[in-house]
Design a protein around this ligand. Structure first.
Ligand SMILES: [Zn+2]
Length: 332
């Protein structure tokens, strides 16, 4: 979405939320959240190694956890979802997408507050120690002097391709070492690190396909292969068989959901910013299409946390309208 409009809608939502929550109590619901990279501090962000959308510092993440605990939310893991959620509670689900090594910074926070989180891993990145393409694109185009807005527009264009096609383009444009990580900030976990990380009782792993495949760009046979390969790789690396998948970029349709179900996945998360209403039954088809809010490090965390609690929010509707009108997409 155009940043100025996005900013305006978010500010309006923040004002509405303040008024709404002063007058009434929010409805009980499941509030799922999506994070990507974690940074020690702002200085690490300013290195421009990782695409800046939705990036968060450890201090902001900690504030986020504290906020929801203070407001009576219980953080849940995938097993709680499979048992179903009763209507008499307020629940939050923390998820991290992609498999960045920097996600290890979350572990001390999770252990301190004893809250679980679900980490969705793109397995070929881990197996091949390869950068995520959007970070490479951001790093290289920033070095060439392109503006954030220009890079964003070009990134949206690339999202119509398969990952192997995008990576081939990046190598042709920026050289053979384009996909090589520059350090701990932009690299994925190694298989051994992932196994150690997952040994924490507060860490749960999920499927994010083998190649971070935007599944709507793949044939159905390729979709099955992407999802199955990631299941097997996670099993081999960590001994864990995931029950949940995060569709990369949220891209899914009924056939993709059906394939995930056949592969044995029971929970699917998208990037559509919305609450899940309760009760959530284990048999509910909603379990394979759970939306997520995406806190970002550029705005005050407490304001964002309060806004998500409101039952009146414009942002989701604006985002869906924008995607439909300007990009011909159905919001995922
Ligand atoms: Zn992702």
């Amino acid at each position: 979405m155009i940043p100025a409009i996005q900013k305006f809608v978010r500010a309006a939502d923040a004002a509405i939320a303040r008024a709404y929550l002063a007058l009434r109590r929010e409805q009980n619901a499941l509030m799922p959240f999506l994070f990507h990279s974690l940074f020690r501090d702002e200085r690490e962000m300013d290195l421009n190694l990782v695409e800046p959308l939705e990036r968060t510092t450890v201090a902001q993440f900690r504030q986020f956890v504290e906020y929801y605990l203070e407001h009576g939310y219980r953080f849940i893991g995938p097993a709680d979802l499979l048992r179903g959620l009763a209507p008499d509670g307020k629940y939050a689900l923390i998820t991290f997408d992609d498999g960045y090594f920097n996600n290890t910074l979350a572990r001390p926070v999770l252990e301190e507050f004893k809250v679980p989180a679900l980490f969705f891993i793109s397995t070929n990145h881990v197996l091949q120690n390869k950068c995520y393409w959007w970070d490479v694109f951001y790093r290289e185009r920033t070095a060439q002097g392109a503006s954030r807005r220009q890079i964003y527009r070009e990134t949206v264009g690339l999202k119509g391709l398969r990952t192997d096609q995008i990576e081939a383009q990046l190598i042709a444009r920026f050289g053979p070492s384009a996909l090589t990580p520059r350090g701990d900030i932009d690299r994925p976990f190694s298989p051994a690190e992932l196994r150690d990380f997952a040994a924490s009782p507060f860490v749960h792993l999920g499927n994010h396909t083998a190649d971070h495949a935007i599944l709507t760009n793949y044939t159905l046979d390729q979709v099955r292969e992407q999802v199955q390969t990631a299941q097997l790789a996670l099993q081999e690396m960590t001994g864990i068989t995931p029950t949940a998948i995060a569709y990369p970029n949220g891209a899914h349709n009924p056939q993709i959901v059906e394939i995930c179900r056949e592969v044995g996945l029971k929970v699917g998360v998208t990037v559509r910013p919305h609450k899940t209403h309760l009760p959530l039954k284990p048999s509910s088809s909603d379990l394979l299409r759970i939306g997520r809010f995406c806190p970002n490090g550029d705005d005050p965390i407490v304001t964002q946390c309060r806004t998500y609690r409101s039952d009146l929010q414009l942002y989701g509707a604006f985002r869906a309208g924008y995607l439909r009108l300007l990009r011909g997409q159905i919001a995922q």
